[in-house]
Design a protein. Structure first.
Length: 345
């Protein structure tokens, strides 16, 4: 049993890592979509400059999760692939289209109209994908997906289009927007761009408030639509949930006081706490009410081998990602973006 929980914790950690890193990329697409007015191009350039070097690397966590579920908890992978086939396929299309659109927009498009078209594709895919992933997570938590002796029973649409799923999908979207806005505020600070700092600071505060609102509505719907999650959140996960709420308030305070580096740390902590509380609330279930951590796990020898490979892989992956971020996100000379921004100002 211990090994079962160690492996599922690692896999849940990959979800958190994808939210903290990949979520910022999705949120950047949201802000690119909402960029309007005479400074819209400056905002879009800041977004492109921020996510350009690292966006593709962040997808490694999603790939790791899929492979991990197939290896360590195959009934879960099988159940989710069947029950949530439609939202997962749409989300996959969104992930592919987001990457392709971003690449064509920033490196290949040689006309303003073509750049705008690819930019709209990047923004649309960035908006739809986190919403679908959030709705799928809510569908899992709702208890409407059943697994019995290898047979999966679930409505094709109802679990991920219920009011609870739609609210959690919106929560996932606004959370990505909040993370991105905070990161972009720090990025603008590194560029000494006071105007963009102020713009994305406001966006971070607004998006954070909307995220809190959707979270509150989700809690109101949970007792009737996701009773397992509700029970867990009000019992063994309650301390972590309350701490996460406090961290959210501290994040807003850091933004208000213009402590942007601290705000970035706090928004990461808030995301980790939120998803950590969600995962803890579901224990012992992975897909309630039928698949638990223990009854869905692969044989112990398989889990042990997976854990060994995971340790070796992380020993290579984590330093590599750290080096990537150090190279592209560490202290650097003032970019051409700032010069263009001053010229336009």
């Amino acid at each position: 049993m211990v090994l079962d929980y160690v492996v599922i914790t690692i896999l849940w950690g990959s979800i958190i890592a994808f939210a903290v890193l990949g979520g910022a990329d999705f949120g950047g697409g949201v802000w690119a979509l909402l960029a309007v007015g005479p400074r819209a191009r400056r905002q879009q350039e800041l977004i492109e400059h921020a996510i350009g070097p690292v966006w593709e690397a962040n997808n490694v966590w999603l790939i790791y999760l899929v492979v991990g579920l197939l290896t360590a908890f195959p009934p879960v992978a099988y159940t989710l692939a069947i029950a949530l086939f439609i939202p997962f396929v749409l989300a996959l299309i969104g992930v592919v289209m987001r990457g392709a659109s971003f690449a064509f927009e920033t490196h290949i498009a040689n006309s303003v109209k073509l750049r705008q078209a690819w930019g709209k594709g990047f923004s649309a895919a960035s908006t739809i994908t986190p919403f679908l992933l959030g709705a799928a997570a809510a569908a899992v938590a709702s208890g409407q997906i059943h697994y019995n002796n290898g047979a999966v029973q679930a409505d094709r649409f109802l679990p991920w289009l219920s009011p609870f799923a739609l609210v959690i999908g919106a929560l996932a979207l606004t959370l990505c927007a909040t993370i991105a806005a905070v990161y972009l505020t720090v990025e603008a600070q590194g560029n000494h761009d006071q105007e963009m700092m102020a713009a994305f600071r406001r966006r971070a505060l607004y998006a954070g408030a909307v995220t809190a609102l959707f979270g509150f509505v989700g809690l109101l719907l949970a007792p009737s639509e996701a009773p397992v999650i509700w029970f867990g959140l009000t019992h063994h996960a309650l301390p972590l949930l309350l701490l996460t709420m406090l961290v959210g308030v501290v994040t807003a305070g850091c933004l208000y006081k213009r402590r942007y580096q601290a705000a970035r740390i706090m928004v990461v902590a808030m995301t980790v706490g939120l998803l950590g509380a969600w995962g803890l609330a579901q224990v012992p279930y992975i897909v309630p009410p039928d698949l638990t951590v223990t009854n869905a796990a692969s044989p112990q020898v398989t889990l042990a081998e997976f854990l060994g490979v995971a340790i070796v892989g992380m020993a290579i992956l984590l330093p590599s990602l750290a080096f990537l971020f150090r190279v592209f996100k560490g202290k650097r000379p003032e970019p051409a973006l700032h010069g263009r921004a001053l010229d336009e100002a």
